[in-house]
Design a protein around this ligand. Structure first.
Ligand code: CTP
Length: 216
């Protein structure tokens, strides 16, 4: 089995020294890569800037990227051959319209940045997903969580969507633990306990393998 995983944040440059980014650490995506490798899968881990070291497991190839465009290019290279796609990256939805060649000097009291939309990696690859391929996305919602996650699943052609909880202490960005709810296209819901990201990853991999066995 071949698996493609996107992980971590993206950095969108403003000038040679500044970027727009986010607080994703990559922990969930890296834990998933290790959990898939533990099941014998060959994993391509396309990672945005993360402090985490490349997993030292021969089954995992780590490809380091910075921007959403680079992440899309790297993911596109392996998407067709991968049986499972997991989009765990926190991709910047927008990037600065212009990247200044020189460091931007301060001048007025305010500074307005124009941003343009980035490629939606999951949605774009989702359009070319074959029936035997299996895609998993992540969602972080603050209102109508289940309905929004279900909508995201349809729009991006996911087979499963993993909903990150914002309500629970110790879950999500930067934490070593996570609490997730998994939804499928039929509206079936699986709730995971608050547990380490490594345990969440093992649970998600078992669920994905079980679902693939049923659908393929
Ligand atoms: N994603 C992606 N490329 C993007 C944005 C998101 O691949 N440019 C993936 C993420 O990795 C995640 C899923 O899509 O698996 C959900 O991302 P999110 O940003 O929450 O979805 P949006 O459709 O942008 O919705 P929202 O308006 O809530 O931001």
């Amino acid at each position: 089995m071949r698996v493609l995983i996107t992980a971590g944040p993206t950095y969108e440059p403003l000038d040679p020294v500044r970027f727009l980014g986010n607080r994703s650490t990559g922990k969930m995506g890296y834990a998933l890569a290790e959990a898939f490798a533990a099941e014998g899968a060959r994993v391509t881990l396309v990672s945005g800037p993360s402090q985490l070291p490349n997993p030292a497991i021969s089954l995992i190839e780590t490809v380091r990227v910075e921007t959403a465009a680079e992440m899309f290019a790297a993911a596109s290279m392996v998407a067709a051959e991968a049986d499972v796609w997991v989009f765990a990256a926190a991709v910047a939805d927008y990037r600065p319209a212009q990247v200044a060649a020189e460091k931007i000097k301060k001048s007025g009291e305010t500074l307005t940045l124009e941003l343009v939309k980035n490629v939606d990696i999951a949605a774009t690859l989702g359009q070319q997903k074959r029936a035997e391929q299996f895609a998993v996305g992540f969602a972080l919602e603050t209102t109508n969580e289940l309905a929004h996650a279900q909508d995201k699943l349809r729009r991006k052609n996911f087979d499963l969507v993993v909903l990150n909880s914002l309500r629970d202490a110790g879950a999500g960005f930067g934490h070593d633990t996570n609490k997730v709810t998994v939804l499928d296209a039929r509206g079936q819901v699986v709730n995971f306990e608050l547990q380490s990201k490594a345990d969440v990853a093992r649970g998600l991999v078992s669920l994905i393998l079980a679902r693939r066995a049923v659908t393929s």
